[in-house]
Ligand binder design. Structure first.
Ligand code: FAD
Length: 412
């Protein structure tokens, strides 16, 4: 079976490793538009569902070597008042960790594994897919390279892992407009700093539309002799104009700092963390409306090409990893390619489409929105008077079940 994967991001590389594990990598290649890999973006959280899948691909030690393993997550108001704190990963009883990791470290470990297991030529760089033609002989993919050459590649099966700007999705859905912007921009950066809250805490502070919001977590330990950490942060602010949809688009501190300049809490001086950042990048909060088909004969969409979602639940990358595992399993189980791809779509589409919508309306940090709304942005005396334990539990655990990282699903 000749398999081509378009796009060597998180989804494409994981798919290649899953196909290799299933014994389907003999005639497999990935085609990547970028002429070379550069470290892009900043941090990413991998919850137990994603880590469980990567552990199955033999990558647990590789992850542990570069990532931070958080023990807990805390939700705070913009006054720095704790609303809810809970253990994560192994501290919460999962058999696998939760990891917070630099996106470049994750990408490198996946790429290194593809090179080591499938071969140094498995990823063909500088191939921008421009479209495909599905015919009786198979699927012909067309590519441009940076020298102005056009190339055609014939395949038995093509998996589009080419992200939110997917060229293959564009051909399948020609009337679809640009990604959907909901009036929120994200300013993202990393700061070298002393560990806060024990050095193992993921934090969400503030309500997006009322006060601005910060998501903060460490992504590298012991970066110098003083034991400092590299800490990732994302500042989310309401905005009429979307930032460019580009992982490496630069941002400026002055574009968002005034919302956060008084966020100096006893457990973390957020304002100083923002001022001390190494780099600031920008990215808009965008997704696309769910579609009811990812599979067209011998062509399938996977990851952000199929279901780009708001990152408020930290799940887009994880879902592309779960897609990859499922797709490889289906291809290994059925000799008939179109049926195998249909089985993949049946296993994944409804769940992930529902998650795309839930990320718009009820991501886990909706608890902060609700508390800020009920207190009109004032300090509270007792959180129980504002939100009950069972309401918090239902909102957070409901999200985990929807995203498939509740304990029962991950251990089952
Ligand atoms: C601010 C932010 C924070 C996030 N945090 C998290 C998080 O904590 N946890 C989580 O799980 N997810 C998170 N996500 C989501 C996650 O980053 C994405 O869902 C994930 O990167 C999708 O992987 P992918 O492989 O589908 O696409 P991508 O990672 O975008 O990879 C697509 C690849 O295809 C290549 N490509 C594009 N077009 C072509 C073409 N025409 N031909 C050939 N190659 C092409 C690209 O160069 C790229 O290498 C976050 C996203 C954002 C914006």
């Amino acid at each position: 079976m000749k398999i081509s994967i378009v796009g060597a991001g998180i989804g494409g590389l994981t798919l290649a490793l899953a196909l290799h594990r299933a014994g389907l990598s003999k005639d497999l290649r990935l085609f990547e538009a970028a002429p070379e890999f550069k470290p892009l973006g900043v941090g990413i959280n991998l919850m137990p569902h994603a880590v469980n899948a990567l552990t199955g691909l033999g990558l647990l030690d590789n992850l542990r070597a570069v990532a931070v393993e958080p023990r807990q997550i805390g939700y705070y108001t913009h006054h720095g008042q704790l609303i809810h704190n809970e253990p994560v990963g192994r501290s919460a009883g999962y058999h696998v960790p939760h990891f917070s990791i630099h996106r470049a470290d994750l990408h490198k470990l996946l790429l290194d594994a593809v090179h080591a297991r499938i071969g140094p030529d498995a990823v063909v760089m500088d191939r921008t897919c421009t479209g495909f033609d599905e015919n009786e002989q198979g699927v012909d993919l067309t590519f441009d390279d940076s020298q102005g050459n056009s190339l055609v590649e014939r395949n038995d099966v093509v998996i589009a892992c080419d992200g939110i700007h997917s060229a293959i999705r564009r051909q399948l859905y020609p009337g679809e407009g640009p990604p959907r912007f909901q009036g929120i921009n994200m300013w993202r950066g990393v700061t070298r700093m002393e560990p806060y809250l024990g050095g193992d805490t993921v934090v969400r502070v503030g309500a997006l539309f009322r006060t601005g919001k910060l998501a903060i977590y460490p992504i590298r330990n012991d970066i110098d002799a003083d034991g400092r950490q590299l800490v990732n942060w994302v500042a989310e602010t309401a905005d009429d104009h979307a930032a460019p949809i580009d992982w490496s688009a630069p941002g400026k501190l002055e574009d968002f700092y005034d919302l956060f300049e008084n966020w100096t809490f006893e457990w973390l001086d957020c304002a100083k963390m923002l001022r001390d950042a190494d780099t600031v990048l920008s990215y808009p909060m965008v997704d696309r409306d769910p579609i009811d088909r990812w599979v067209f004969g011998r062509v399938a969409l996977l990851g952000d090409a199929a279901h780009p979602m708001h990152p408020r639940g930290g799940n887009g990358g994880a879902q592309s990893i779960l897609d990859a595992i499922e797709l490889a399993r289906c291809l290994a189980d059925s000799p008939d390619i179109p049926s195998a791809l249909q089985a993949y779509q049946e296993a994944r589409l409804a769940t992930v489409n529902a998650l795309v919508l839930r990320n718009r309306s009820e991501p886990p940090d909706v608890i902060i929105e609700k508390v800020e709304e009920r207190t009109s942005g004032q300090r509270f005396s007792r959180i129980e008077d504002v939100m009950s334990v069972s309401e918090i539990d239902e909102l957070i655990n409901g999200y985990k079940r929807a995203a498939r990282y509740d304990m029962k699903t991950v251990s089952g």
